[in-house]
Write a new protein. Structure first.
Length: 268
C-alpha cells in the first residue's frame, strides 16, 4: 500500500525476488522500494519469490510489509504459488505471517497446488493447519482428483488417510476414473482399499473399468474386484474410517483397542 505504486511490467524488486538475490532485495527495500508493486498481471514480488521457492526473499518481503494474501490475475495467493513450487520452507513462512490456508478462491486452492506439485510434505502441513479436503476447483475437481490425475501416490495416501472423500465427483467423475485413465494399478488398488466405488458412473455413463484396455493390468485389477467381494475386515475398516470422518487418524490413535488394529485402521 505505497503511494505511487503503478501497474508496470516488472520492477527490480520482482527480479531480485524471483532470482533469490536477497542482498540486492534488502538494498532495494532499504532504499524505499515498494514491496507491494504489482505487474499488469497483478503479480507481486511475494508471488514471484514464492513461485520460485526463494525462502530468504519471501522472509525479507514479509518482514518489509508485503501483503501475505495478495491475489494475482488468476486469483492465486503467494501461498498457492509456494505450494506449486513445493517449497515447504516458503509455505511455513507464509503461514506464520497469517496466510489463509483456505482463501475464498474459485480456482485451485493451496492444497490443489501442493497436490499438483506432488509435495506430500506440503499436503500434510496444509491439512494439519485446516486445509479443506473437499475444496472444489471448476477445472480440476477436488485435491484428490488432482493427485490421482498426476499419479502422486504419496499425496493420495495422505489425503485419504486424512479423510478425503474417496468417491467425490467432478461431473460424476471420481478419483478411480482418473486412476483408470492413467493406467496405474497401485493407485487403483489404493483407492479401492479406501472404499472407492468401482461401479461409479461418470457423466458419459462409464465405470472406471470402461477406461481400461481389455486384458491390460488395470482391466484385470478391476475384473478381480468385480468378481471378489471385499473381506469383512476391509468393509469394517472402511465403515469405521467413514464414521471417524475428516482427520480421523487422531481419533483412531486414541481408541482403546490393540495396536495391531490401530495400525490396520491407519493403513500402516
Amino acid at each position: 500500500n505505497c503511494v505511487g505504486c503503478f501497474w508496470v511490467e516488472r520492477t527490480p524488486v520482482h527480479e531480485a525476488a524471483q532470482r533469490g538475490e536477497s542482498l540486492q532485495l534488502q538494498q532495494l527495500i532499504d532504499s524505499g522500494a515498494c514491496v507491494n508493486q504489482v505487474t499488469v498481471d497483478s503479480i507481486t514480488p511475494l508471488h514471484a519469490a514464492s513461485l520460485q521457492g526463494q525462502a530468504r526473499c519471501v522472509q525479507l518481503l514479509l518482514a518489509a510489509g508485503a501483503q501475505v494474501d495478495a491475489r494475482n490475475i488468476d486469483g492465486s495467493t503467494p501461498l498457492c504459488d509456494a505450494c506449486a513450487s513445493g517449497s515447504i520452507e516458503c509455505v511455513k513462512l507464509l503461514l506464520s505471517y497469517g496466510a489463509k490456508v483456505n482463501p475464498p478462491l474459485y480456482t485451485a486452492s493451496p492444497l490443489h497446488e501442493a497436490c499438483m506439485s506432488g509435495s506430500s510434505e506440503c499436503v500434510r502441513l496444509l491439512i494439519d493447519v485446516g486445509a479443506n479436503l473437499e475444496a472444489h476447483d471448476c477445472h480440476f475437481g477436488t485435491p484428490l482428483h488432482v493427485a490421482c490425475a498426476r499419479e502422486h501416490l504419496d499425496c493420495v495416501k495422505v489425503l485419504l488417510n486424512a479423510g478425503a472423500n474417496v468417491n467425490a465427483a467432478k461431473l460424476h467423475e471420481t478419483a478411480l476414473h482418473h486412476a483408470a485413465k492413467v493406467k496405474n494399478v497401485d493407485l487403483i488398488e489404493m483407492l479401492i482399499e479406501f472404499g472407492g466405488n468401482i461401479y461409479a458412473r461418470d457423466n458419459r455413463g462409464k465405470k472406471p473399468s470402461d477406461y481400461t484396455w481389455s486384458s491390460s493390468a488395470p482391466a484385470k485389477c478391476f475384473e478381480y474386484y468385480e468378481k471378489t467381494p471385499l473381506t469383512l475386515s476391509q468393509l469394517c475398516r472402511v465403515s469405521l474410517r467413514k464414521a471417524t470422518g475428516v482427520r480421523g487418524l487422531e481419533k483412531i490413535a486414541k481408541l482403546n483397542i490393540p495396536p495391531r488394529l490401530i495400525d490396520y485402521l491407519s493403513y500402516n
